[in-house]
Design a protein around this ligand. Structure first.
Ligand SMILES: [Mg+2]
Length: 255
């Protein structure tokens, strides 16, 4: 038994030391987004629930503020999986230049269901905001991409200024509008409680603080390609790819 464990550990350490494509960890995640009909079904499911919530909120809200919905951009309304795919085939890591090159092409397609939802919200009198952590430098190209594919009120886009956390920007909107629905693929799109939290803490907050908010005030989309769920696995550290793989592997739950 001890011998088998030693052999397995030896194999694990050898494979960890292997030089990797920086995107190696993401292959299945990218393919799930691009090819799995289940991914399309999940995003449709999320947006179908979101549409149902619009009428409910309109009926129940007694305040005086204008109603609004707030959506994240990447992997919530725009699908960047072709960019992720290109990084994979070119064995490149994310960097400012390749990200800029992709955004400048303005050819990201809408996530399934997102157009129908935003158009319905707009038609029902909700203000539609796109709250993104894309930099201000990408403002013109991002808005043009949103406009080209038909997103209503694409000009209501709010970009990252100094803070990465979206909380300040959400609070500013909340002063004037009743934020009926928040839509995103990362838990930080919903609450500051998730900002830079560990894997365990993130799950705890989902279960203890927000278990009844999902499908109501929070509409969550799947992102298997990247996100804070992945950063949390490596404790938000900057690691090389093989160390990331080791760190991730060490967190697997096994029987
Ligand atoms: Mg996103």
């Amino acid at each position: 038994m001890k011998l088998i464990a030693t052999i397995l550990l030896g194999f694990f350490l050898t494979s960890c030391a292997h030089k990797m494509n920086p995107q190696e960890n993401y292959l299945m995640g990218i393919l799930f987004t691009q090819k799995a009909a289940e991914h399309t079904a999940l995003t449709l499911q999320a947006y179908n629930i979101a549409i149902e919530r619009l009428d409910r909120v309109k009926k129940e809200y007694r305040g005086k503020k204008q109603l609004a919905v707030v959506l994240d951009v990447d992997e919530t309304v725009l699908d960047n999986s072709p960019y992720q795919g290109k990084l994979y085939v070119q064995s490149e890591a994310f960097n400012y230049d390749n990200w800029k090159e992709w955004i400048a092409q303005k050819k990201a397609h809408p996530v399934a269901g997102a157009l129908r939802f935003t158009k319905a919200a707009h038609k029902k009198g909700f203000k539609v905001f796109y709250l993104t952590n894309r930099s201000e430098k990408f403002k013109a190209d991002t808005i043009e991409n949103l406009r080209k594919v038909g997103f209503p009120q694409h000009y209501n886009s709010i970009f990252k200024s100094k803070e990465r956390s979206k909380e300040g920007r959400r609070q500013s909107l909340a002063q004037k509008y009743h934020l009926a629905l928040l839509v995103g693929d990362n838990l930080t799109d919903f609450s500051k409680l998730y900002d830079e939290q560990s894997t365990e803490r993130r799950k705890e907050i989902v279960l203890k603080n927000h278990s009844k908010d999902f499908g109501k005030k929070f509409i969550v989309l799947p992102n298997t390609m990247y996100g804070d769920w992945d950063k949390a696995l490596i404790d938000y550290k900057k690691l090389n790819e093989s160390d990331k793989r080791c760190e991730r592997t060490s967190q697997l739950t096994v029987f």
